[in-house]
Design a protein around this ligand. Sequence first.
Ligand SMILES: Nc1ncnc2c1ncn2[C@@H]1O[C@H](COP(=O)(O)OS(=O)(=O)O)[C@@H](OP(=O)(O)O)[C@H]1O
Length: 593
Amino acid sequence: MGNVSGRSSLSRATSLRVRGGETSETSTRDPCISEGTMRLVRYYRQIILKLWPFILLTVGVSVWFLGTDTHQRRFLGLCAPSYISRTCRAKNNIMFLKTHKTAGSSILNILHRYGDRNSLNFALPYERDFKYSHYFNASLVKGYHNASQPPYHILCHHMRFNLSEVRKVMTSDAFYFTILRDPAAMAESAFSYYRLYCPTFKTAPNLKAFIYNTSLYYQPNNESHHYARNLLWFDLGFDPDDIFTEDVASQGVRAVEDVFNLVLLAEYFDESIILLKEELCWELDDIVTFKLNARETPTQLEPDDIERLRAWNSLDWYLYVYFNRTFWEKVERFGRVRMDMELRRLRERRQHLAEMCLESSKPLRADQIQDEAIKPYQPKEEKILGWKVRDDLRPSTKASCIQMITPEVQYKYLLDDWQFPKDAQYRAKMQLLLQKKSGKSPWKKPEGATVNKLAVPPGNKPEVIAGNKPELVAGNEPEVPPGNKPEVVAGNKPELVAGNEPKVPSGNKTEVVAGNKPELVAGNEPKVPPGNKPEVVAGNKPELVAGNEPEVPPGNNTEVVAGNKPELVAGNEPEVPPGNKPEVVAENKLNVQ
Ligand SMILES: Nc1ncnc2c1ncn2[C@@H]1O[C@H](COP(=O)(O)OS(=O)(=O)O)[C@@H](OP(=O)(O)O)[C@H]1O
């Protein structure tokens, strides 16, 4: 019989097998196939028929297994995490809002190193920050001309957040994250760090006096006032003097949640960076870091101080409580067991790197660090600790170790030199001039410290050779090269997070005093999960450190007038710590309403 349907004899036979049994198949057997072959086919068919439930099961389990992501597989403990090849792709487009006094310098070191190693293009400020405390503006990014140029990979230096402008320099799929800290601990840190730069803090005789009489010392119209109240809220682009209402606070929370993919917590730094690693699909070594920018002598707070500071910073406290909850929800989703395992790996790795890289297991005071390239910036009264690497390391190991301890300011200039080699030459010349004038020793790039130059960042042709020294004294860097001045238009009023500004009736700015606080405080503290969480706040002992003695008689807070600000003079140290420049021009004052 001819092949009426036009299909091949094999497919026809198959279709018959499906429909019927042995007989029909035999009757349609192709005469060209030998009896021996047919016996073999029958034999294997019988095996397949007997084994098919097992085969189906195996295929099903494999499909399910491959469909699960690495989280689940690790959580299920089917294999050790280090041996699992990751199915995700590393994210390279990153916006980090570096809030103040929240361990942001340690995060920045992670980002600097990652971007450096992968030759990513940073959206850098002309100087140390994006003219903080002004709102961020795209024109403040070095090399930015217009929105049609290729976006940057990483934007991470201090700024006051302004979403619409940030979007101009980042890709639409960029990963946004930020970090929060308990406002009580933050306030203690800010008080000592900004003591001499923030009039509110300066007029208070000491921290205790400030805590117990915040409204007496607080000067809402004075620049730098934001350091003294709701600093997180301010950095996120909101008005720190908003009156606390549930409505205002929850609108702020929603705005943050809409924009930021991840909100970290300084108190749970390790858990935070593990979540970050997961979200970014990075490796362990990308996120392992030493603690940077820590003070030598933090003041311990009493429980009552903590309560009062949280109440005073009620909007920040609301934010913190909310994102503390969502943080632990994320950890739960990540898996507690898995988190514990990752924490162990991270800490072991950090320990290993510390032993390999560091001269001492404890951070060092600045006077023990001679090399300006790795000495952390020292604000006037505060002592900031740093690290030194061992001398006996091979050059390549040493370079990696130095990257891990290079403070934010110096690393930023290394990156700048790489992205803008012409400016590096200019800066080097200026530096020589300044050095002659001031007699100061120049900042030398440490031996082995180098920016990795694996590829040319988009739009830049770096010619920086390893060992090429950008001789900058930290804190003494020259102004922006001529012709590169960013334009900040007078009266420029960027929005808060687009479309989500907390609404506060204008002129209705009353104070939230101790006792008048959001219902979050008593009995509603942020959740601390079971296990090994270092509790930040409770149980701290009272004590004010030496150095907090009154400088100004209590109540004498009239001598600090608006516009009375420290000046940056070439050749002198800046009066304001990194990321916090006092030179806010009168016409560019914040338009906070
Ligand atoms: N890894 C890690 N874990 C926990 N805490 C850490 C970490 N790294 C830095 N810190 C603490 O963060 C404070 C400094 O914050 P920043 O670096 O954001 O400060 S700055 O705004 O850039 O000046 C500073 O807090 P204080 O010492 O209380 O001032 C640091 O000790």
